[in-house]
Design a binder for this molecule. Structure first.
Ligand code: OKP
Ligand code: ZN
Length: 342
């Protein structure tokens, strides 16, 4: 399958991430994709194509207009306000205070539009996020044009971004945007999220929708970011009741339980009458991931790809997380190769 990838991802590389009470080099760093590209090339996975400029309409279809305006000008406003460093939201949208008035000051606006302070905004963040969305758009178009599958090598990732909040290294929800593109064309769609972290943004965007199923395998939010969403009793609301399926799992979860959860999710994907499948492809369920607690080994990712292929659906893979840097390429390409070999 073809890979769609933009070099503009490099424009987003914050100096620091707040982790464990220290500023560390961000786990979500540009070198992640170098390992994926190297592995794609070494294994002859197909052409690697640069996308054109992002089309704003599909982004606007899933994002709040005020949020997009904020993302675009946030860093310039932050600088104009006299701040020396990169933009880090210090004051996140609080419980018990007013959220019906968006602050004018950039520090306050950032708190309104942010849900997790580990994620910094830099001079190039907006352009990088747009290029990431552009890769997902180009890959979606490839599948719409009849390809069995395509891979959007997106960076920064997207599945934690809601319609109006960034966080968890995510700004624009690439997978949700692509799913909405399929859905807008009348196709019953599923987003299957196999990243270790719950895709709170994707769930939130489609929670009341019957036409888009969201199914996610992830670390139990009692113990894992994003902490405030991803429990098994979140099943959708209104017309979307039943079109959301969460599989939270405990520390140490390995293939037996994870693969069984994937089988269950695959049953739901079939029952939904899915016509287009978007896979939020994170590989941080890997045993050596530095910020996660599952125990998948590299071969398990191949098996996951095989199971996904057995659905027989047009499939768009969208890159999300994976931070065991040297294994990110192998694990990601294992999913794709497992899919193609099945
Ligand atoms: C993004 B994706 C590190 C905590 C990091 C944010 C994790 C975001 C994961 N001390 N918290 O789903 O891979
Ligand atoms: Zn993740």
């Amino acid at each position: 399958m073809k890979t769609f990838f933009s070099e503009d991802h490099r424009k987003h590389f914050p100096q620091a991430e707040l982790s464990g009470g220290q500023f560390v080099t961000p786990f979500e760093r540009p070198s992640r994709v170098e390992y994926v590209l190297a592995e794609l090339k070494a294994r002859g996975m197909g052409d690697i194509v640069a996308p054109g400029a992002a089309d704003m309409a599909p982004i606007e279809a899933i994002c709040d207009a005020g949020y997009l305006a904020f993302l675009q000008s946030a860093f310039a406003e932050w600088k104009a306000d006299g701040n020396a460093g990169e933009l880090i939201a210090g004051c996140i949208t609080p419980r018990g205070m007013r959220t019906d008035r968006i602050p004018t000051n950039i520090d306050g606006k950032a708190g309104y539009y942010c849900h997790a302070a580990e994620t910094a905004i830099t001079a190039g963040t907006w352009e990088a996020a747009l290029s990431s969305a552009a890769s997902a758009q180009a890959a979606q178009a490839e599948v719409t044009a009849g390809a069995r599958a395509a891979f959007a090598l997106c960076r920064p990732p997207g599945h934690h971004a809601t319609a109006d909040q960034y966080g968890g290294y995510c700004f624009i929800n690439n997978a949700a945007m692509a799913a909405q593109m399929f859905a807008a064309a009348g196709q019953r769609t599923t987003v299957l999220d196999i990243d270790f972290h719950h895709g709170n943004g994707t769930q939130n965007i489609f929670y009341d929708r019957e036409d888009v199923l969201f199914a996610s395998l992830h670390g139990d939010p009692a113990d894992a970011y994003p902490y405030f969403l991803g429990h098994a009793d979140e099943r959708g609301t209104g017309a979307g009741e039943g079109a959301n399926a969460n599989y939270p799992m405990k520390s140490g979860t390995a293939w037996d339980e994870w693969g069984a959860a994937l089988d269950d999710a695959i049953g739901k994907i079939r029952a939904h009458g899915t016509e287009a499948l978007v896979v939020s492809l994170g590989v941080d369920a890997y045993k050596d991931d530095p910020i996660s607690f599952f125990r998948l080994v590299s071969d398990d990712f191949t098996r996951a790809g095989e199971k996904i292929a057995a659905l027989g659906l047009p499939t768009l893979f969208v890159m999300e997380g994976g931070y065991a840097i040297e294994a990110v390429g192998i694990n990601t390409v294992n999913v794709l190769a497992g899919f193609e070999g099945a």
